[in-house]
Design a binder for this molecule. Sequence first.
Ligand code: RP5
Length: 160
Amino acid sequence: MNKPLVSIIMGSQSDWPVMEEATKVLEQLGVPYEAKVVSAHRTPERLYEFASTAHERGIKVIIAGAGGSAHLAGMAAAMTHLPVVAVPVPSKHFKGMDSLMSMVQMPRGVAVACQAVGGAGAYNAGLIATQMLALEDAELTKRLQQWRKDQTDSVATEVK
Ligand code: RP5
C-alpha cells in the first residue's frame, strides 16, 4: 500500500467497529490510510509521539475517534497543525452524548472538525478527509465527483 495520507486513531480497540466506517470511502476512492489505537489517557506518550510527528511521516489529515470523556481529538489537535476530524463514539452510559460534548465544544484557537455520533460520523470523517485531499489532487477530485454522481443516481424515486 502507498504511504498513508490519512491516519485514523482511536482511543481503544473497542472503537474499531464504529471507526472502521471511516475506511469505506477511503478504500473506494483509493486514499491510503493507517489505523492505530492511541489513547489520550492510557497511552499519553504514544499520543504525543504520534501527534507531534504525523506531519513528518506525510500524514495530511487525522481522524480521531473516542468515546466517553473524549479528549483524544482535542489533544491531538493541540500538538499538530494538521486538520483533525473528530468522531464521537457512542458510549455505554450516555450513548455518545458525552463524547459529542467533549469534542464539539473546543475552546477558541484549537480546532477540531467534529462529525456526527457513531458510524455515520465515522463514515463522513472518511469522506471529508477525502474532500480535503482532493483539493490538491485533480485525479482524486474526478473520482470523488463520480462517486457523488453514483450516490445521487442510486437514490430511488419511488418508495416501492
Ligand atoms: C475511550 O473509552 C475509548 O475511546 C472507548 O470509546 C472508551 C472505552 O474504552 P474500552 O474500555 O472499551 O477500552 O478511551
